[in-house]
Design a protein around this ligand. Sequence first.
Ligand code: PFF
Length: 457
Amino acid sequence: MNERPGTRNSFSGKIGFVLAAAGSAVGLGNIWRFPYLAAKYGGGAFLLVYIILALSFGYTMIVAETAIGRMTRKSPIGAFRAHGNQKHFRAGGWLNAIVPMLIMPYYSVIGGWVCKYLFEYLRGGAAGLAADDYFGTFISNGASTEMWFLVFAALVLLIIFSGVRNGVERVSKISMPILIVLALVIAVYSMTRPGAMEGVKYLVIPNFENFSWMTVVSAMGQMFYSLSIAMGILITYGSYMKDDISIEGAAERVELFDTSIAILAGLMIIPAVFAFSGGDPNALQAGPSLMFITIPKVFANMGITTLVGILFFALVLLAALTSAVSLAESVAATFEDELGWSRKRATLCITAIMVGLGTLSSLGYGPLANITIFGMAFLDFFDFLSNSVMMPIAALASCIYIVRAVKIERIVEEVERDGAPFKRKKMFCFMIKYVCPIFVVIILISSIANVLGWITM
Ligand code: PFF
């Protein structure tokens, strides 16, 4: 056995890591992003590609990142320095550390939109939310979006500052079970509306007429985003994981949980859209606004609007909060480990990054709408930069670091540390060495070319 760095602050019980990692994974990505991508890029075909990718590629990356974290007991920058301190590897660590800093602010802006919708449902404003152009008017109102962004950001910062790792664990422990129950209730309700079965069929039965290269590219990007891969999160959480816990078992549970919630969210939203619009392609293509525009209309049509609306947005808020906390936790750990900062100082700096970049995103559809980068508003640009450009590079860096510096055998050794055999060892080794790096490069090129208009997919 190799010499191990001293154990640091760790998750308490067996379930701590799983809940915290699942809390990070399950978020806006599952409830807001997955359904609109599935609706847009092929329904059942998208779902099938997504599941295959998650079980092979996603699984490999979760295991690899968690193992690196536990083996080094470091957040990404330190973890990438631990095996041969070469410059290009260090850059990989930095990338993994910077991505969450870019995602956290704009993610919190969308979290703010969710707070606003929940607030409106709570005070009985359901009819207003279903009105045409409510969402457009809201996001172009800089003062209002900024205020709700700050409300959400304050919640995140409070948890980070006060709870530290226990905070992350406790919030996840309470909210994850509630989330499953809420998701089930709403999905059943939605699927039992008249006409909703067509939507269920659209989501679960693959129809390859709807398949395109973009189905693969978007499913891949979504998988990274949804499982919180290549953002330093799993490295950080792995560094808090005890030695006797099975990395493989944890990875399986996180995946199962994350994918189930995504499918449940699809089953909440897509059948509701069919019941409401009869599967109108325009409604299905609504994209990012599907949750904020279509859903309130769908709920309004369903009768018991206010209660369903409150339940739904409360669920989304919980999910968004645990994910945003994980982003902030990863950034905090980086500051503490690399700069030796206290939690207080780290939180202050995170506040500055959050407010600075978040304000750009929150005002980007209103007062700052005339400033665009490659034709994108700030929020879309940060999303594109982090998910389509930096994340694939960070994932590539992880693969190369593992194969060249850490060595696959040591990862295998780490995974087997709890004494149980590594069940999917062969697949893991093959994926991390060959398939993952090649795939990541193809995805990176495709998505950049797509945004720059060189190819249309
Ligand atoms: N995985 C989260 C979601 O699906 O909403 C989002 C997210 C959390 C992305 C943490 C990145 C991250 F580091």
